[in-house]
Design a binder for this molecule. Structure first.
Ligand SMILES: *[C@@H]1O[C@H](CO)[C@@H](O)[C@H](O)[C@H]1NC(C)=O
Ligand SMILES: *[C@@H]1O[C@H](CO)[C@@H](O)[C@H](O)[C@H]1NC(C)=O
Ligand SMILES: *[C@@H]1O[C@H](CO)[C@@H](O)[C@H](O)[C@H]1NC(C)=O
Ligand SMILES: *[C@@H]1O[C@H](CO)[C@@H](O)[C@H](O)[C@H]1NC(C)=O
Ligand SMILES: *[C@@H]1O[C@H](CO)[C@@H](O)[C@H](O)[C@H]1NC(C)=O
Ligand SMILES: *[C@@H]1O[C@H](CO)[C@@H](O)[C@H](O)[C@H]1NC(C)=O
Ligand SMILES: *[C@@H]1O[C@H](CO)[C@@H](O)[C@H](O)[C@H]1NC(C)=O
Ligand SMILES: *[C@@H]1O[C@H](CO)[C@@H](O)[C@H](O)[C@H]1NC(C)=O
Ligand SMILES: *[C@@H]1O[C@H](CO)[C@@H](O)[C@H](O)[C@H]1NC(C)=O
Length: 317
């Protein structure tokens, strides 16, 4: 490995003064591993995990690079990233990063980061430095078991979060994710069966969120087959603690979301029914809400379903 790397460094010491618009060359001699260099982007293809690190370019060239694409190429988290201090788009999907430390130190300008299919077992430490421009984050198709929303709390600009296809077992601080000001879409679809929710949202947190969302025209679309709306909502007997106007805001913002369906139809008592009725009476003429609350989960003690009144959740299995 070390030998290959030496070879590889040498190759890059003399190669460049980039005059024309793009150039391509062999990243590692006598292998199909190809480097394509354009004025602002650097693409590595056909390397099949043979690269121990990113190639080193003349610093005047690498400073101009804003986009690096190296899919299925790296066997380690690249240590040379700091040489590319202006990267905004980084696609290292399909790398072998299992157990390795993912270091964001030189990546403060990132706008889009793709670490999907990279064998990652934990959410990387997004608290290390503020990635305040990051808008798109793809952590899908990894081996992440704990989703700790707390780690995302500094990603103020995050708009799209892909977390699908991770073998999740535990979700903690989900409220931190919901309160990301710019988040628009999140995919949390997985085949995990048993996911425990820790620190679910309190009534006060929902009131806070509604307040925050009040004057925005944002929409937060969450696609999940593991979290039911009931799992993150206050219990029905606490509904009345949340002002009706706040409830309306919450439903408006989440109206395009798909949550897990709760299959069992539980019986509701009169008090619950009144609370549901109060909250859902306004929702019946919004077609998107009827998608969100599509199936009834609660029936009157006499067994009659009150579908118009009760919590409805889009069936997703
Ligand atoms: C990458 O490999 C594929 C299949 O081996 C080949 O068709 C393609 O031309 C290669 N691309 C480059 C730029 O070498
Ligand atoms: C970078 O560019 C500057 C000015 O054009 C030049 O003086 C310097 O030698 C270049 N550095 C390298 C490493 O080529
Ligand atoms: C880097 O970009 C600047 C501005 O686009 C350009 O003037 C300069 O020639 C580029 N340097 C290299 C080495 O391509
Ligand atoms: C990330 O990379 C994977 C695999 O290369 C690709 O399928 C996916 O669309 C990319 N994600 C984004 C957000 O572009
Ligand atoms: C989530 O992160 C917080 C601190 O940011 C920590 O207190 C908590 O224990 C973590 N939860 C899990 C399940 O690791
Ligand atoms: C979310 O991820 C699942 C699982 O990969 C996929 O089937 C679905 O199309 C994704 N949804 C969106 C809207 O991207
Ligand atoms: C899921 O949890 C239930 C109840 O805690 C348990 O009986 C079941 O074995 C678990 N299933 C898996 C696949 O872990
Ligand atoms: C609402 O959305 C429009 C267009 O999508 C945008 O221009 C406007 O600034 C938004 N208003 C607020 C309060 O976010
Ligand atoms: C309902 O959802 C559709 C598709 O996602 C969207 O175009 C439309 O604006 C939504 N309507 C309301 C009232 O939210």
């Amino acid at each position: 490995m070390y030998k290959v790397y030496q070879h590889f460094l040498l190759l890059f010491c003399f190669l460049f003064t980039l005059t024309n618009s793009s150039t391509s060359f062999s990243c590692i001699k006598n292998t199909p591993c190809q480097c394509l260099l354009a004025k602002h982007s650097f693409t590595i293809i056909n390397c099949s995990y043979s690269l121990p690190d990113l190639p080193i370019l003349n610093s005047n060239i690498s400073r101009n690079i804003t986009k690096i694409t190296a899919q299925n190429a790296l066997s380690h988290w690249p240590l040379q990233l700091c040489k590319y201090s202006n990267i905004q788009t980084l696609d290292l999907s399909g790398s072998h990063f299992k157990f390795q430390t993912i270091d964001f130190l030189c990546l403060s300008k990132l706008i889009s980061l793709n670490l999907s299919h990279s064998q990652i077992e934990k959410i990387p430490n997004f608290l290390q430095i503020p990635l305040k421009y990051l808008q798109i984050l793809d952590l899908s198709n990894n081996q992440i078991e704990i989703l700790n929303g707390s780690l995302f709390r500094l990603l103020n600009n995050l708009q799209i979060l892909y977390l699908q296809n991770n073998p999740l077992k535990q979700i903690d601080y989900f409220g931190h994710i919901l309160s990301l000001s710019n988040l628009k879409f999140m995919n949390l679809t997985t085949s995990s069966i048993n996911v425990t929710m820790k620190k679910s949202l309190t009534t006060n947190e929902w009131i806070y969120l509604a307040h925050k969302w009040k004057n925005s025209n944002k929409s937060l679309t969450i696609h999940t087959n593991i979290i039911s709306l009931q799992a993150i909502f206050p219990k029905t007997d606490q509904f009345q603690l949340i002002p009706l106007d706040s409830m309306k805001i919450i439903f408006r913002i989440l109206s395009n979301s798909i949550f897990r369906n709760i299959n069992s139809i539980s019986k509701c008592n009169c008090i619950q029914l009144r609370n549901y009725q109060r909250v859902f009476s306004f929702s019946s003429n919004n077609p998107n809400l009827s998608l969100l609350y599509q199936s009834s989960t609660c029936s009157m003690p006499n067994g009659i379903l009150h579908e118009d009144l009760l919590i409805k959740i889009h069936v997703h299995y």
